[in-house]
Design a protein around this ligand. Structure first.
Ligand SMILES: Nc1ncnc2c1ncn2[C@@H]1O[C@H](COP(=O)(O)OP(=O)(O)O)[C@@H](O)[C@H]1O
Ligand SMILES: [Mg+2]
Length: 283
């Protein structure tokens, strides 16, 4: 369904070159729910922008259903972290959810059906006529999720969608994602910096290193398919898996710190122009 090959992204500006992503390769089979976990600043959003055709990679390519992605693919929906900026405040909940369906040129009757079904699926059947600013953060993020689901995407990408909501709401929304995935079987890539969230949600967790980013591990999550916050999170297997992810992420941080410490020694005498060192300040 999705094929990510050798993705590298170097941001260049006048006085700064940042190699955000070095080399990312993975595939997502149809119907899979995979999580991508990595520390802040490791290039998760960069990767998602590339996968959704909003940003061009420096090298490598992304294919969706066999087609090279070089603009937003029609069968893909993306949910971003900042629900406050992704919903239009002057439109009702219903109109926000319906907008992409109009762009898809669906008939009014079908649009109405999809809006109703998706709002009911996220528990907002009563909120059609409300405006986003009349809703709590968690409810607004549900609207953004309903909008993505109504679109009937083949692939759903989510970029830290719950980072800005409180812990209880977050737990509810995590269960909502598993529930929607069971119902609609959409191929989903869920990006998070939260290790527990990645293990709880995914069938598989891809672990990213610090920037410049590579994949450190690709871990199958062999927890039972029926998960709940209490039983799953307190199971010994959950603890083992989260420890494994934690260890990988920390090893990668240590490796980055060692590399920084070694830099003056490694510099030595150079012949010819020295390559521009990527600027890792800030993380
Ligand atoms: N438009 C940009 N121009 C220059 N550098 C950028 C830009 N966007 C992101 N970066 C840098 O790329 C790195 C990865 O950023 P990002 O993809 O947002 O990481 P994450 O989502 O994992 O927190 C960071 O060092 C960030 O400062
Ligand atoms: Mg990000």
């Amino acid at each position: 369904m999705l094929d990510v090959r050798g993705i590298q992204k170097v941001y260049e500006s006048k006085d700064r070159t940042v190699e955000a992503v070095r080399d990312l390769t993975f595939t997502l089979p149809a119907g899979e729910l995979a999580c991508l976990v990595g520390p802040s600043g490791c290039g998760k959003t960069t990767l998602l922008k590339i996968m959704s055709g909003l940003l061009e990679p420096t090298s490598g390519e992304v294919r969706m259903e066999g087609q090279v992605v070089n603009g937003p693919p029609p069968g893909m929906a993306v949910v971003f972290q900042e629900y406050g900026r992704s919903l239009f405040p002057w439109m009702t909940v219903r109109d926000n959810v319906e907008l992409p369906l109009k762009q898809k040129k669906l008939a009014p009757a079908r649009r109405k059906e999809l809006v109703e079904e998706s709002l009911a699926a996220v528990g907002l059947a009563e909120a059609h006529a409300a405006y986003p600013w009349q809703l709590s953060g968690g409810m607004q993020q549900r609207v953004a999720i309903a909008r993505a689901v109504a679109y009937e995407p083949h692939v759903l990408l989510m970029d830290e969608p719950f980072a800005a909501v409180d812990a209880q709401t977050r737990a509810d929304l995590e269960d909502l994602i598993r529930d929607l995935w069971h119902r609609f079987q959409v191929t989903t890539l869920f990006v998070t910096h939260d290790i527990d969230e990645a293990v709880y949600l995914g069938q598989r967790v891809l672990i990213l290193s610090n920037s410049p980013t590579v994949i450190r591990d690709d871990l199958a999550i062999d927890l039972p398919d029926q998960r709940d916050q209490l039983t799953t999170r307190s199971s010994p297997r959950f603890a083992e898996l989260r420890a494994r992810v934690y260890e990988q992420i920390h090893r990668s941080k240590d490796a980055a710190a060692d590399a920084d410490a070694e830099q003056p020694v490694a510099a030595g005498p150079v012949s010819g122009p020295a390559p521009a060192a990527p600027d890792h300040s800030g993380f």
